[in-house]
Write a protein that binds this ligand. Sequence first.
Ligand SMILES: C[S@@+](CC[C@H](N)C(=O)[O-])C[C@H]1O[C@@H](n2cnc3c(N)ncnc32)[C@H](O)[C@@H]1O
Length: 257
Amino acid sequence: MRPYHCLLLLPVIACASKPPPKPVYSTAETMPHDELVARQTQGHGALPGKPHHGHGGGHHGHGGPLVHRFEKAEDWAKEFDDPARDAWQKPAEVVAAMRITPGLVVADIGAGTGYFEPHLSRAVGPSGKVLALDVEADMVRYLRERAVKEKLDNVEARQVGLSDPGLGQATVDRVLIVDTWHHIDGRKDYAAKLKDGLKPGGLLVIVDFTMEATKGPPKEHRITPEAMIAELEAAGLKAETIQETLPDQYIVIAKKP
Ligand SMILES: C[S@@+](CC[C@H](N)C(=O)[O-])C[C@H]1O[C@@H](n2cnc3c(N)ncnc32)[C@H](O)[C@@H]1O
């Protein structure tokens, strides 16, 4: 068993047998994450615990996004920050593809335990800013503590909603989304929000698993580069895959005109 498969044993979130009466939420954005996960998985059992990077024991709906919780940051850190990950994730190559110059503002959406934050922090330098965004409160707590511990003074962690990265209008130069796009519901609308948040000429860089990869989410939740490009172009971004050497993933870069 490879080290990044170890978290398959994490407990899944079980739906309570007698839930209290459901409150009414206008959108997924205002709905607590627990509630959204429970509703999206009604009628779907948890998949058997197959080995996937970051997807142990999750809840899944066929054809839709892969929705499950990433609680207990310290546990996830063992997988996300496993030094062996560098060999296939190639963070230096990913960050080089972002064409970051000192002073830029970069948002890392679905930042998790902050695997990319030291790289992004170095790339933007003291005059730049890294917004490390995640839906999980415990990930944000971990990101804040990590930034202090590792003296990443230009990294600011924020909790965001499931369907809104909360970026100010035309405030960021680069957006990075690694191993997270396939978790997002309503991706075309989400892409439009990313476009709004980017400055003109800004870049959105998405890294996700190929259909052939031996790690990653279940195949029914993977997204082909063509489908991803279509989602991004529907939002008015100009998107393309780039040449890279990642063994299990592809990189799509989308530009705000
Ligand atoms: C597989 S992890 C990837 C973490 C990190 N990008 C990395 O490469 O190590 C996915 C992360 O995305 C977060 N996430 C899932 N859906 C999200 C959403 N709609 N907005 C922001 N974060 C989200 C999860 O809480 C989790 O921390």
